[in-house]
Design a protein around this ligand. Structure first.
Ligand code: PBG
Length: 328
């Protein structure tokens, strides 16, 4: 034995493509991916979102096509965000049976059937003229308990229009319990809830607010979304509360900057854990790639592998259809 040379050589398992493929521990699958989509009322052509190259605000017609393509690529689910033609203080369009998301849900049902899970974001920020996620008090604070009734009504309207899963994202205390009770009372006991449980007040949502036209008109969301610098236990507490209130799946958001939180949530719970690769994560990669500074395809895959490896069972990503095609 020659002591100058190592006998233990981790590189043996890396030498060939076949070897690496065989030992790979993390394999993203199309069915793990959820495609977030925006549908806008009253437009006749899809509108590009400047800060999210490749993402559009859909017309009803182009959304049907996008849903069909996602299903065909084997994507696991699609998450709808609606932009109504008219916004008001209480977000009336959120639970209007003829509101844009409800109409779009009925459109898609015929298009995709059961080939992917049709989900809705349940919140008010896309529907309120002030852009906050809830109703406001006279002093301009978000009124937690009054907002719960609006979320409950929106979730019921979404389920009635064909949503197969609802995803409350507003970070109001008690929102999962309120929605669960309302769904159950209205004949939707079978509709699961994916809770945006650990959702941070993040600058990574910037481009989304262009896409969904929902930037707060004053202030920010720091009084209801979590502080990025807050204790990780705060995220775990939110997750535990949501599970106690009946959440069927939980989410950590954003993804890449919060992989430590994701891992701890994964280790805590026994329900599916989702991570949302948000608009800012998407925009940074697209911008750098457009400049020729990074290898776009490899960065996308590497980031999805990282999110999976940190513990996500499901990943919401604007690249879902593209990646699903590449994987299969
Ligand atoms: C709230 C909601 C937001 C996102 C998803 N749901 C915006 C916010 O909280 O400000 C952000 C998603 C993204 O940035 O891609 N309805």
């Amino acid at each position: 034995m020659n002591a100058r040379f190592p006998q233990v050589r981790p590189r043996r398992l890396r030498r060939t493509e076949a070897m690496r493929r065989m030992v790979a521990g993390t394999r993203p699958h199309p069915a793990d991916l959820i495609l977030p989509v925006f549908v806008k009322e009253g437009i006749v052509e899809p509108q590009p979102v400047a800060s999210m190259p490749g993402v559009v605000q859909h017309t009803r017609e182009s959304l049907r096509k996008a849903a069909h393509e996602a299903a065909e690529a084997g994507v696991g689910g699609i998450m709808l965000f609606g932009i109504p033609a008219h916004k008001d203080a209480r977000g009336s369009a959120a639970d209007d049976p003829d509101g844009i998301v409800q109409v779009a849900l009925r459109d898609i049902a015929g298009e995709v059937g059961d080939s992917l899970v049709v989900m809705t974001d349940t919140c008010l920020d896309e529907y309120t003229d002030h852009g906050h996620c809830g109703l406001l008090t006279d002093t301009g604070e978000v009124d937690n308990d009054a907002t719960l009734e609006r979320y409950a009504a929106a979730a019921v309207a979404q389920a009635a229009a064909g949503a197969q899963m609802v995803a409350p994202s507003g970070m109001m205390d008690g929102q999962v319990a309120a929605i669960r009770a309302a769904l159950d009372a209205n004949g939707f006991a079978d509709i699961p809830i994916m809770a945006y449980s650990a959702k941070y007040a993040s600058a990574f949502y910037g481009p989304f607010r262009d896409a969904a036209e929902c930037a707060p008109q004053f202030g920010d969301r720091a009084a209801y979304q979590q502080d990025p610098a807050g204790p990780v236990g705060e995220a775990l507490r939110e997750v535990r509360l949501d599970l106690a209130e009946g959440a069927d799946a939980v989410m950590v958001k954003p993804a890449l900057a919060y992989l430590d939180v994701l891992r701890q949530v994964r280790d805590l719970v026994d329900v599916p854990v989702a991570a949302y690769q948000v608009s800012g994560e998407y925009a940074m990669v697209e911008a750098a790639a457009a400049n020729g500074w990074i290898d776009r395809e490899r960065i996308i895959m590497e980031s999805l592998v990282a999110i999976r490896r940190a513990g996500a069972d499901l990943i919401l990503t604007y690249w879902a259809t593209e990646v699903a095609r590449r994987l299969s």
